[in-house]
Design a protein around this ligand. Sequence first.
Ligand code: ACO
Length: 429
Amino acid sequence: MEQTAKIVVDGKTFELPIITGSDGEKAIDISRLRQETGIVTLDPGFANTASCRSGITFVDGEKGILRYRGIPVEQLAEHSRFVETAYLLINGDLPTKKELERFSVLLNDHSLVHEDMRTFFEHFPRWAHPMGILSSMVNALRAFYPEIPERTEEEEINITVTRLLSKVRTMAAISYKIFKGHKVIYPIQDLPYAANFLNMMFDSPVRRYEIDPDFVKALNVFWILHADHEQNCSTAAVRLVGSARVNLYAAISAGICALWGPLHGGANQAVVEMLGQIHKNGGDMAPFIARAKDKDDPFRLMGFGHRIYKTYDPRARIMKKACHKVLGKLTQHDPLLDIAKGLEELALKDQYFVDRNLYPNVDFYSGVLLRAIGIPLNMFTVMFAIGRLPGWISQWKESIDDSDWKLHRPRQIYIGANERDYVPVEKRG
Ligand code: ACO
């Protein structure tokens, strides 16, 4: 029998259906609430609202579970590569050997960007943040690769998806080379996705870049851990902008803008800046903990806390392990890793953080990992964006195929002035 919830408004009872997700999650379906009762719900930040049904990613924030298409992220980080995980997210299943080879070939075939786009890259100010450059350039891709009427919608989507996955990686490396004033390095046909990216970033005409397989593995892990996270801020932005039926480039560009924020993807850069500041101040962490707890101080412990996880973020655990592996192999000592571990230990013992279930999130260790493989600070959030692309794309695809699809248009509770008359300027006091 269908479960229902009852709501009483002005003495009248209304029944609302309760729907159950595949892992037993329950939700009250309020889609007809206004129609039947005349009232809406108020939920700032959508903290309590499921905006869609989705079959892509499962997160249990209380138990610390993350699965893509049913597969635990721990298994993917251990055994998969980013390209394979991207295929899984976008197509719903792991590819066969042949499908994976075909997908990899397609990614290589689409990896170049139109040469005229270089003009744009070259004219951004040198100090421009790469996230701003990336979002603009992704939007610009549409002008260079418009739809072709002879293609079916499905063909058009497939080609756009491949272009985005491949070219965003190339564009990220180009923006870094131009920022440095260095020669742009083109993708190489026989290099896999992550190795190709590292080569485009660090190879130079005067010093050949030696691709380290451990760096390649670490980068694959980093990207897999970021590949999707259900209805987070940037994904919600992609779905919202996409709900107006804009093209996929524009929707992804919106996602990149949302990700840029320090409370979201920008946190990985903010964490390393914070750890660096602690290091500069002689390594004393206590004042930073005190500031984070002070309600009169807007400072927050970056890389701590999560809207969904009220326990240790499973991605942070894998990331911490990956950091140790890469730094251990390099026998390179990074004082920021020691500070991060010390800070984590202090915070996890502090009643403020305990009471609020604040644990390290994915960003807490990711910056230390990126530093170890040579990625500069201002590229950290771009690295996250490359990783999140398969998630954005799969969520966008799912939303346009959804039979419940609607233009996203939240309601509000108006709390402004009541009706009043316009006063001519000469009569205003
Ligand atoms: N440092 C100090 N206090 C914190 C922190 C933090 N990092 N995070 C939350 N709190 C406190 C809040 O002040 C609040 O305290 P109160 O109840 O006494 O008012 C309480 O914990 C709940 O915080 P909210 O902001 O309501 O929690 P929300 O779920 O909205 O916030 C967020 C989640 C935005 C991620 C928050 O934890 C934060 O700002 N963290 C730091 C930034 C960060 O690391 N962002 C990356 C998130 S992961 C990602 O996007 C990939």
